[in-house]
Design a protein around this ligand. Sequence first.
Ligand code: ZN
Length: 587
Amino acid sequence: MQARHLLFCLLAGAALVACNREPAATDASTPAPAPAPAADAQAEAHTFSDDINAGDFAELVKTLASDEFEGRGPGTPGGEKSVEYIKAQFERIGLQPGNHGAWFQDVPMTETTADESTALRFDVGGKAETLEFGDDMVIGTRSGEKEVKVQDSPLVFVGYGVDAPEQGWNDYAGVDVKGKTVVILVNDPGFHANDASLFEGKRMTYYGRWVYKFEEAARKGAKAALIIHDTAGASYGWDVVRGSWSGAQYDLRAADDPAPRLPAQGWITGEAAKALFADAGLDLDEMYKAANKRGFKAVPMKATVSFDLKSTISEKSSRNVIGVLPGTERPDEAVVYMAHWDHLGKHDGEEGDNIYNGAVDNATGVAGIIEVAQKFARTTPAPKRSLVFVAVTLEESGLLGSQYYVAHPAFPLDKTVGVINIDAMGVYGKSRDLVVVGKGNSELEDLLKAQTDRQGRTLEEESTPESGFYFRSDHFNFAKAGVPALYTESGEDLVEGGRAAGEAAAKDYNANRYHKPGDEYSDSWKLDGVVEDLQALYGVGRVLVDGDQWPNWYEGNAFRAARDKMMAGNNDQSHVGGKQETQAAGD
Ligand SMILES: [Zn+2]
């Protein structure tokens, strides 16, 4: 379901980090569905079976997506009800508290709202130019500082702002950007040059994501970074950038995030950049061409920027729920199943049904990991490695719950074998395929393929690999840290009705349910496809917890160096297929 869910995000211009980040659209013309029946009575009446089961799955979704849970908004009574319910399910199954003896993990966060009267004032060869917030640029800080003042910071054009040792590519080579403001192109050279020999051609790599570019600029000591927007490269228009960067922005507190942060970061429009470059004696089109070539050298611009960025800051918190099933032989090694529990809550003041129940997004994912947990707990022999089940919060606010978990993991990351993330499952019946988002990343896919082969299904790539959806859900935080992470979507080729039926179901979901009050549980859902998907994901974890494999990222993948580095001390670990891991970090 996620491909359609994600494709919709792309078309509708939803979010940048999580596709779900933007405020939900409301559709007054959609008739309000009947309210879900009271959850408590049903929960008491239901008897759970030992195996992955459509009836159990439906019961869990029905409860989590009921009006009583008020759309599971973090920091609301419905949100509290949600984490308590998930904890109760973990207890019922027989999991143990997973966060060093506790069921919950507090996730403190900072809410930052930039003052939109902020302007960027450039001095370009003695000529003054001003870019206004909204129409020309957006800017913000993740530093937690109420005021960031930048005075006459020199501009440096750093191409794509990429330092990728495994690609033999460094846009920062030979240039010192400390205290300066870097100007960066979005996406990566392979995309704009349309050259399959550069990076991964049209398919977006991690280096193409704006998140990466700001982090790299921070590592290099820049004062500020400005990304030049282009619609093709970003895969969305300026309206999306503008919408996503206006209003409240959510982050972990700077103190809880080990990665360095820039004092200020933002985007400027392509038109503004073109004029700015021209005044500095540079042709932006030529700069694109130069940046696409191997050996590109950063260009100091005859320009400086000054601004005074004021922000309103407040601190809040929400909770992850963590359960563990300890392994019998190697309890210190863990496989993680993850799903975000949060959704958009209840929107007071909206006419009609104002509860964003989030049944598909993502009560299905939470129900999925509970079903998988139950199967592991009830199946003999007991797993040799530990299993961790994490229901993360604040996905809709920018993947914060998973980011916090990775910074404060229940099991060390070099003891974490791999991660399987579920975000929105397809409820339209069995499909002939299963989709891997970001296919071609890690050896976890080989394990999954063995499962889908057995089911007589195919493993497919998502429909728009150039959009970089692999980098837009919770598992991405694990990937960035180096832990192999698998993210699947239900297939689109339905057994009943084929691709036409799959596409029609997707269209209906996107038009009437996605991020709307209409995302509710329905008795008409066909859940045999969900069961099959969960069995495949269970199968991957089963192989991992019964064996001693350490799947890695495929050779040449951007995340592999981080994994190799963290695993360098352990020489008893083998890849899928039993090949001994003997390489040291950095090779
Ligand atoms: Zn979601």
